[in-house]
Design a protein. Sequence first.
Length: 480
Amino acid sequence: MHTRALVWFRADLRVDDHPALAEACRAADRGVVGVFVICPRQWRSHDWADIKVEFLLRNLACLSERLKRLRIPLLIRSVPTFERVPAVLRDVARQFNCDALYFNREYEVNERRRDEAVTSALTGAGLDVRAFDDRTIVAPGALHTRQGGDYTVFTPFKRAWTAHIEAHGLDAPRPAPRPRARLVCAPDSIPEQIAGFDLSRGRPDLWPAGERVAQRRLSDFLSGPVTTYRKLRDRPAAEGTSRLSPYLTLGVLSPRRCLAEARDANDGRLDTGRAGPVTWINELIWREFYQHVLVAFPRVSMGRAFQPPTERLPWRTADADFAAWCAGRTGVPIVDAGLRQLAATGWMHNRLRMIVATYLAKDLLIDWRRGEQHFMRHLVDGDLASNNGGWQWAASTGTDAVPYFRIFNPYTQARKFDPDGEFIREWVPELRDVATRALHDPAGLTEQRAALDYPAPLCDHTAARQRAIEVFKAVLRRAD
């Protein structure tokens, strides 16, 4: 039987180690057609950041060029929301005489419903529909507790995940397919604008596009900086992290490729050996954990707390405080530095994400969902599973959550992880000439703030900490 395959690209903008593309190219002898569907209104409803959409378009352009060299055209279609995607894909399949659809699964609730609708519509139209797991190394649903349930705590999940890899092996990353005999049709041009998004906010200087860039960054990281990763990863002023998260979010780089090369850098080991690679692999497993949680507990895709009793927490509205937090004007230097880094670059160091999130949810007692949304609207690497998981961890409402009574002291955190104030001075320039000791002391800036045009702290940390503990304690006591 002769086959022409339609490959539906989404958060997998590459040709290397692409399960759906590889299988389509293996099975199709009448050519392969790629398609990407832009859904501006849906993306906006999901709080996609301007910088993320701009980054996506540049990666789409790179993908189109690579596919063209393989004689696979990339078609671009645009509809407002997911509801119209099944009809669009059916029309493309009919127009180019495709008899099979290949795609890699996505796990968020709306995306899963869309994929189910697409599968139903195209199967009904006579197409063979094939879906593959790609966003994770171990597919969601593959790991269960001894009682048959899903993991809700990271450490047992990590043990099960590692045992699974050791028992079943790691699927070797698949190389890019060989070129096809001919192009089925000409590729479409990539749009330069998308309604509802300000693409001038892009940062190509910080986030160059394309899977070759991503693979080079991975190689460069694993050939050098990974050796000091465990020591420097919590220092925001250091170049101590991989900064590969934007490429993983859009699938410009596959998680299997990351794990395979990290394991190679660790002499073939996963959880023993050199501290740097082991610690970085641990971060890959955290990413897997939150993806598994997203599938097992769909409520976290719906703006709900993982721990239902915490839905009753009496969050403060405090719009003025929230606006100051968003603007990086809280009066707490390390918090403001992190938020300003986010606004300028579309990215925030992970240690700062924890500090900034804990400050909003615990010190200010403002609903974590408002912070989660703010992050998504500004992050170039905005990923629902990781962002939600991180915010619920900080707010003590999620899986494996930090106990409610453990509340970061932002000044202590700054002294520990930015001891010389280098990062603070970079992102809060009005404090550039302030003595380091004063940067880490809430009272140290008292007399200087007016002259520096730097605000007083929104709250006293000690009093705010006690308030948060009492609020959480009261709610959880009622739940018990």
